[in-house]
Design a protein around this ligand. Structure first.
Ligand SMILES: [Zn+2]
Ligand SMILES: [Zn+2]
Length: 189
């Protein structure tokens, strides 16, 4: 990695603050791509991939299998179905899977100008097994939540000091800025 121009560097912060500006203005949220809106995965309200609210029903013969685990659905009495998307059904077991934070509470969706290191919730290990900086993907435009903190929690439980890097994104920032954020994170750790 070559020496990068000083001006690109931005002071790195640590913590999970979501009180900053979101990376996309609120009035544009309905137009976010599905893979970042992640209606079916985010927040406490169960929804289908299209963002319709799910309803609890007794599983009928006409229902399809569970969207997530395939086999289980027909055996379960309490299922969640979308009344607009007849192929969408979640069995009771899959309905209790851990959820991702809603956009409003997702620390990876805020602070477009402020790179940040997000610590795991698990108590931070002494780092005797090593330290990890996790850089979630997202087409360099977004940071997908399932590649961030859940990964950090997993490694923290194994005794690593694991932090998620919220790096700056396109189109306002370029690859050199992103790389500089990683260099700053490595220096800080
Ligand atoms: Zn299932
Ligand atoms: Zn639906």
């Amino acid at each position: 990695m070559g020496k990068l121009p000083e001006r690109r560097s931005r002071r790195l912060k640590v913590g999970r603050c979501t009180s900053q500006k979101p990376i996309v203005k609120r009035d544009r949220w309905p137009y976010l791509p599905n893979w970042i809106a992640l209606y079916a995965e985010r927040g406490s309200m169960p929804k289908c991939w299209e963002g319709h609210r799910l309803h609890r029903e007794h599983c009928r013969k006409s229902h399809p299998n569970c969207t997530y685990c395939e086999a289980g659905a027909k055996l379960r009495s309490n299922v969640l179905v979308c009344r607009k998307c007849p192929w969408w059904l979640i069995c009771s077991q899959c309905a209790s899977r851990p959820r991702l934070p809603s956009l409003r509470l997702d620390p990876l969706f805020f602070g477009p100008h402020t790179p940040r290191l997000l610590p795991s919730m698990e108590s931070v290990a002494d780092g005797s097994r090593g330290s990890l900086i996790i850089c979630p993907g997202g087409n360099y435009q977004f940071l997908v939540p399932h590649e961030g903190l859940p990964v950090a929690e997993f490694f923290a439980k194994q005794g690593f000091r694991a932090m998620v890097l919220r790096y700056r994104l396109l189109p306002k920032y370029d690859f050199d800025d992103m790389q500089q954020d990683l260099v700053s994170a490595a220096a800080m750790l």
